[in-house]
Design a protein around this ligand. Sequence first.
Ligand SMILES: Cc1cc2nc3c(=O)[nH]c(=O)nc-3n(C[C@H](O)[C@H](O)[C@H](O)COP(=O)(O)O)c2cc1C
Length: 244
Amino acid sequence: MNEEVLRLLGNHRSVRKFKSQELPDSLIEACVAAAQMAATSSNVQAYSILQVKDPAKRARLAERTGGQAQVKEAGAFFVLCAEQRRHRLLAQDQGSSYEANLETYLVGVIDASLFAQNLVIAFEGHGLGTCCIGGLRDDLHAVSELLQIPQDIFPLFGLCVGEPLDPSETKPRLATSSVLAIDRFPSDEEVRAQITEYDERMGQYYAERNLAGRNWSGGVKRKFAKATREALHGYYEGQGARLR
Ligand SMILES: Cc1cc2nc3c(=O)[nH]c(=O)nc-3n(C[C@H](O)[C@H](O)[C@H](O)COP(=O)(O)O)c2cc1C
């Protein structure tokens, strides 16, 4: 059994092309129920998930996430959200205050992410493919208006799920010894050596896929050279988060 779990986790790969068939509601409910058993801070369960079924909304979301066709083509599409709405409601209804701050926001983000990863594994355990969609944060004001997201709910990322169209391959990761530090974190020099080693492996991975010259550090460098999605702070605060 342990082997099976490790094999399932080790076989993860994002899937971006799906067969058109819809997922049965019963399967979705079973996977969501299993994912709800993820650990959650003090059992507060500070998340919710919105399944978007309306094809017109799915098409608009595909545009709003940078033209990602899988958002409309996958068998199912979900929006993963941190949320403080039910907590604020119950506090107010019981005459108590609800004090939002960075900690309450992080509790929601962490709870939602743990739930989401369990959900991914539940779907992948059924032979389905998944792709998280951080592109959802490209224009959260538009997404929020389209999906009528209530106050105190914080959409974080999307999730496509469905029958994979093609077999896709796993992507190599950093060496385990690069992310597992024991008793002390590595020196900068050691980290540089780890990056070089991974760049070599990723360079080979890309070269085998007609992308010679690409490596990992080039992608990371480009991603973080400029601040992106600068409107997020204002959006989440407008939804009721307190990020300071
Ligand atoms: C929070 C999150 C957001 C992501 N956003 C996107 C996205 O918008 N579009 C996409 O094609 N892949 C997206 N991905 C998938 C990553 O690119 C992918 O997980 C990473 O390259 C590793 O590849 P693998 O999942 O195939 O192993 C996202 C993954 C995560 C965890």
